[in-house]
Design a protein around this ligand. Structure first.
Ligand code: PEP
Ligand code: MN
Length: 360
């Protein structure tokens, strides 16, 4: 697949003076719910209505979607509101049913993008149609796998393509439901600047009060659009309740967002700086996370020293650490004095944490 402005023709055709907005519930629940939310979103910045009909759940027993009946509700919502309709497809049967019900936009979920067989099956089922297809990133941070999914569709003749950044799974607990790993998406953006890029702050954050912040970060990085889960009764939603916002909140989020106009000259500067700053912020956060975790280990060491009645300060061990870090630092091009200063400070903080445990 080559980068070309043709990739974004479908998006330009919306003729928007703001980022593309896709909104609607995580899942279609009832006909009434689908219609009510669609009507509340009708006269807003929203262009495309989303609702999951088939829901991939991490574990069996969760709400797995209403199935094909929901497609009829979406058709009705489209007839009544004029909004384009979007739903998730995970296999050829889903595609066939979605096409039969005139769904406008199909998205491939994170759990499907990881599977080239499934993506190929979807691509084959879509060949010859002119649907808009959006590929969510795979659950694991693998750019090649994500692009591979887009390419399978492209090679099947689907040209109205876009990608959705919904964050990545991690074993470690973070403040995100799925960590953004912005730098990976920036890499994709640099390779394919014309491939429409949409942020899904709902699945990145998992929490409605973080949607605004992550949406702003995406816009600062020149994303082309946002997909935000919206429900008239979020707390009682049948799936992803914690991350859905009401249509009114959605409106407030948009009012507060700074949408930067793309102004030729300084655009390169702003975009580059925004990307680099996101990178720096992420590293700073990782440094603090690592320091916090290191101190927890120090406390465990303190506990063991207490048990065995050993002194906190072990000079030999400390000098070994320092020598090792000076060597590692040198490899990274870091000044020796800088390393000594940092590790003295870390060591001091460690001793404080150990003493806290020992004197308890
Ligand atoms: C969704 O959009 O509701 C969904 C299931 O998303 P993801 O594939 O990103 O988990
Ligand atoms: Mn969801």
């Amino acid at each position: 697949m080559e980068n070309s402005t043709a990739l974004r023709t479908w998006l330009d055709d919306f003729k928007l003076d703001h980022p593309l907005v896709i909104a609607g519930p995580c899942s279609a629940e009832t006909e009434q719910q689908v219609l009510k939310i669609a009507h509340e979103l009708k006269d807003s910045d929203v262009s495309i209505y989303r609702a999951g009909i088939w829901k991939p759940r991490t574990r069996p027993g969760g709400f797995e979607g209403v199935g094909a009946i929901g497609l009829k509700w979406l058709q009705k919502a489209k007839a009544e509101t004029g909004l384009l309709m979007a739903t998730e497809v995970a296999n050829a049967t889903h595609v066939k049913l979605a096409l039969e019900h005139d769904i406008d936009v199909l998205w491939i979920g994170a759990r499907t993008t990881v599977n080239p067989f499934a993506v190929q099956e979807i691509a084959d089922a879509l060949a010859g149609t002119d649907k808009i297809v959006l590929v969510k990133n795979p659950v694991n941070p693998d750019l090649a796998l994500w692009l591979g999914g887009v390419e399978r569709l492209y090679n099947a003749g689907i040209k109205k393509l876009g990608v959705i950044h919904r964050g990545f799974s991690t074993y470690e607990k973070t403040k995100y439901r799925n960590i953004p790993e912005w730098q990976l998406v920036i890499e994709l953006q640099n390779k394919f600047p014309d491939l429409p890029l949409i942020c899904d702050p709902s699945h990145i954050t998992g929490k409605r009060d973080m949607i605004q912040e992550v949406s702003q970060q995406a816009l600062d990085l020149n994303y082309d659009g946002l997909i935000i889960e919206t429900h008239t009764d979020p707390d009682n939603a049948w799936s992803d309740a914690a991350q859905q916002v009401t249509p009114t909140t959605l409106k407030h989020i948009f009012e507060a967002l700074r949408v930067r106009k793309e102004t030729g000259q300084d655009d390169g500067y702003n975009r580059k700086m925004a990307a680099l700053r996101v990178n720096i912020d992420e590293f700073d956060k990782k440094i603090i996370d690592a320091l916090g975790k290191r101190m927890k280990v120090s406390e465990q060491i303190g506990q063991v020293k207490k048990e065995f009645n050993v002194a906190v300060l072990q000079n030999k061990r400390w000098n070994e650490i320092l020598d090792k870090m000076k060597a590692e630092g040198k490899e990274q091009g870091l000044n020796e004095e800088f390393i000594i200063n940092i590790f003295k400070a870390i060591h001091q903080e460690s001793i404080t944490h150990q003493e806290k445990v020992i004197n308890k």
